[in-house]
Design a protein around this ligand. Structure first.
Ligand code: PLP
Length: 381
């Protein structure tokens, strides 16, 4: 059984998170958790390796059927095995969607702050990025309808991120309904990155936007993966659900020459995650929810000038450090003076240079060490 408190040495294992900085820096940046994969997943990979043929992979019928069942049981969403397109990642998925469905010069809406590859995607395909900011309130992050409506009126598509990275916002059914109505009005495609869909806190339930109506499903490409939830992102396996056949064919066609087939061990790991690792997931979720609460209590008591709205999902916290006046910016300040490596707010949009994103998907002792490092940096300032 996984001990989520155990700290494992990850340096020297080819981990991107632990290779970015020298040994004296505690890395708390990329969305990769410092927990071992569920034993059920590791066993499935080991079992697959008993057969020593590791050629090109394709999803087995069991995995397709498992995803169909999962969508029905989790979201009351009726899809067929043919609606699923396997991909080596969600990021290639949204780029394939943009390549397939939009033309250079078309507008693309993104809600900021947002995960950098979503922010930058428009630029890869000659699209015009129309940014609509989310707004921080006491109740959490909210979306304002008017600016979204005017951005969609100038756009061919929305690249939605739900649950949202970096704010941890979970869009409500009402908000999703507003979004879907505006997309219908403007005949806009919805590309919905739902990679964090299994990481909701406080009993919240994820709602794929495509489940709102047949009309919405018909204009939506949904992207999911087991990678974030089960900490297997290095296995490069994700999938799209596209119910509109014409869109699906264009989408699938757009991988040619660019997006490769899927990792065979990733397919086995994904099947094991969805079939055997639900207890692990429940324990992990309880652990990171407690980390979220600990982080927000500690920030409130030790750094009252930092504003932190509790994440509703994900293992990411978005810290508003604007009142602190940290030079040259909070990420560089905490890195240089505190030896703790957060993600820089500017990655998530130009106005967010005075924010940092903190990854709290780690043993509590590492989170606590990160907070101590922040405190030491500020004390020496
Ligand atoms: C919102 C979001 N989408 C996509 C990705 C990357 O997904 P993949 O590794 O499957 O390309 C991440 C990783 O952090 C993410 O947070």
């Amino acid at each position: 059984m996984t001990d989520f408190d155990a700290v494992h040495e990850r340096r020297g294992t080819g981990s991107s998170k632990w290779s970015k900085y020298p040994a004296d820096i505690l890395p708390m940046w990329v969305a990769d958790m410092d927990f071992p994969a569920a034993p059920e997943i590791v066993d499935a990979i080991r079992n697959r390796l008993e057969h020593p043929m590791l050629g090109y992979g394709v999803a087995r019928d069991e995995l397709r059927a498992r995803i169909v069942e999962d969508m029905a049981s989790k979201y009351d969403w009726s899809i067929t095995v043919d609606d699923i397109v396997f991909l080596p990642g969600v990021e290639p998925g949204f780029n394939m969607a943009l390549k397939a469905m939009l033309e250079p010069g078309d507008g693309l809406v993104v809600q900021t702050p947002v995960y950098r590859p979503i922010l930058n995607a428009a630029g890869h395909w000659g699209l015009v990025r129309n940014e609509v900011p989310l707004r921080a309130t006491e109740q959490g992050y909210v979306m304002d309808v008017d600016p979204l409506a005017s951005a969609l009126a100038r756009s061919r598509a929305l690249l939605l991120c739900n649950p949202q990275n970096p704010t941890g916002k979970v869009f409500t059914k009402d908000e999703l309904t507003e979004i879907a109505a505006l997309c219908e009005k403007n005949d806009a495609l919805i590309i919905s990155d739902e990679i964090h869909c299994d990481l909701l806190f406080d009993g919240r339930r994820h709602m794929p936007i495509a489940t709102l109506s047949k009309e919405t499903a018909n204009r939506t490409i949904t992207l999911m993966a087991a990678s974030k939830t089960y900490n297997i992102a290095g296995l490069k396996t994700a999938f799209a659900i596209v119910q509109n056949k014409e869109i699906r064919e264009r989408f699938a066609q757009s991988r040619l020459g660019m997006v490769d087939s899927v990792n065979i061990l990733g397919l086995e790991a994904t099947l094991a995650a969805y079939t055997h690792a639900s207890d692990w997931k429940a324990r992990m979720l309880a652990y990171i929810q407690a980390n979220r609460d600990y982080l927000s209590e500690q920030v409130a008591s030790r750094f009252p000038a930092i504003r932190l709205i509790k994440a509703e999902a994900t293992f990411l916290a978005w810290l508003d450090c604007r009142e602190m006046g940290l030079a040259p910016d909070p990420q560089a300040f905490f890195l240089e003076r505190g030896k703790v490596g957060f993600s820089a707010g500017s990655e998530f949009g130009a106005p967010y240079g005075d924010y940092v994103r903190v990854n709290f998907g780690c043993p509590r002792s590492l989170l606590s060490e990160g907070l101590d490092r922040m405190e030491r940096a500020l004390a020496a300032n």
